[in-house]
Design a protein. Sequence first.
Length: 637
Amino acid sequence: MTTMKSAISNARIFYLCAFLAGILFVQSAFAQQPRQVPVPKDALNPPWLEARKAAQLRTVDKFKVFYDFQFTDKVGESGIQFIHQIVDDGGRDYKPVHYDHGNGVAIADVDGDRLCDIYFINQLGANELWKNLGNGKFEDITEKAGVSVADRIGVTASFADIDNDGDPDLFVTTVRMGNLLFENDGTGVFTDITALAGLGYVGHSSGAVFFDYDRDGLLDLFLTNVGVYTENKKGRGGYWLGFKEDAFVGHLKPERTERSILYKNMGDNRFVDVTEGMLIDESWTGDASPIDVNNDNYPDLYVLNMQGHDEYYENVEGVRFVKKSREVFPKTPWGSMGIKVFDYNNDGMMDIFITDMHSDMSELIGPMREKRKSWMRWPEALLQSGGNSIFGNAFFKNEGDGKFTEISDQIGAENYWPWGLSVGDLNADGYDDVFITACMNYPYRYGVNSVLLNNRGETFLDSEFILGVEPRRDGRTAKPWFELDCSGEDKGHSDCKGLTGRVVILGALGSRSSVIFDIDEDGDLDIVTNEFNAEPMVLISNLSEKKDIRYLKVTLIGTASNRDGLGAKVTVRAGAQSYTKVHDGQSGYLSQSLYPLYFGLDTADKVDRIEVLWPSGRKQVVTGPVEVNRLIEVKEE
């Protein structure tokens, strides 16, 4: 009996020790978990988000257009596993430097199966090409395609058929590591032909605009270069470190100027720098857009300036460009980031929407005041604009005869912290709507993306909460940005103040670039973003389930003009209504894509005629009736 009692006692002691050991193990495991700290505090679960949503929902009585549909982020269901990665200058070693401008996303049918594939550009690490399998599903074909560009700090990309062989080629820009041109063999396999083409410029390159400035049927290239914002030292991952103190005063230092470059396509995949004598632009520019202001069918250029006046260059019959900036646009935004040319009110004339990020950075305002223009807090010594700038977005309404009126405040086109904009008829009512990527990420608060529904050409209506774009999937507003050892090597870091041990810093989520197209071929338009330091959003619309929609997709095939008809003006007429678009490929912040033109037709059950003014100058009419809810190819006669 004594022996049994002793055994029971020993067993109790054993289990008690094991229990205590388990508690100590769990406590130790939890003690080793880094503490998560959002910077700033309201980057995670912003207290104002629900109030902003409620306020927007109360505005629906102003809507004259259909809004009872939703976007749902289905990145998981899509199979896309791309994750954007950043350099330390946008993270643990944050500096106000141009690396935080992020990266583009471009689409094209790379293999001829009539489905648009997606190319995501990374900052640190490989770019990725995702093949569209149909039904909203995608497959990673980067390695097979040969376009990973993993050894360079990427900025953006443009698809363009440079050799008129019927498939999209790919141009990629980088920061001081050489730009790249890839030729497509028609199956989605690409070959690096940069050296042959003469397009390996090494600098602070950004957007790349393909357009046929001399109308010879070959796409030329305008390459925008920001300006010198890095020093001759490298950080982790091999990137060139940004200037620590004065990256954003480079426009005041002539030695940091970096001209943009105009390349002429000579045929046989060869390009020649024709900048001298043609177009000298020294803006701190990230992007540009072609636009035919004087209606002579020669594409002019509107060049953004992120630190000063935008510039406008008139194309003189493909022989040279003449600077007419202040003549046509007396005032422009001071800190321009994105541009899109489109006809917002269906009067047949192209208007211009420009987003301004840097003016907004002069003043940090509350989330409920984002629709107003910025109160510029920087001195004229920095601005150097002579009091002649717009501090906020600009919407230039085309009045005809080369005249424009700035009406952004009147039509609700203002927002906060915008990057680029994508345009498409999201509710298929015949009026183009706008999606604007907007944010600043770490170390700033969360910023919402903007959806502006076009209220039948009268105003734009804030709709991101109404349409389910905001709040994001699962209400997420922040993610782990980087980790610090606040008791060790990082104890001097500003985010370690009052903290010890290992700490994970959370930064606000935010989009940089976007593209609008029909991902799942159900007839309505969806949205894909490229995020900054995070996975993309794949925002699928359920419009076609909510409403009986009418639309027409138009693909152009040039013969005398460039193969994809970039620069063509297309007008679709249905009954008493007409809808006009210019096929320029501009598709969100920095990027250029190739995809069919999408015309929402409201309630029309047929199209009466399609009119095309080709870059070659030829006019062509396709007489109807043309069936709706289909893709039609128009080949240049």
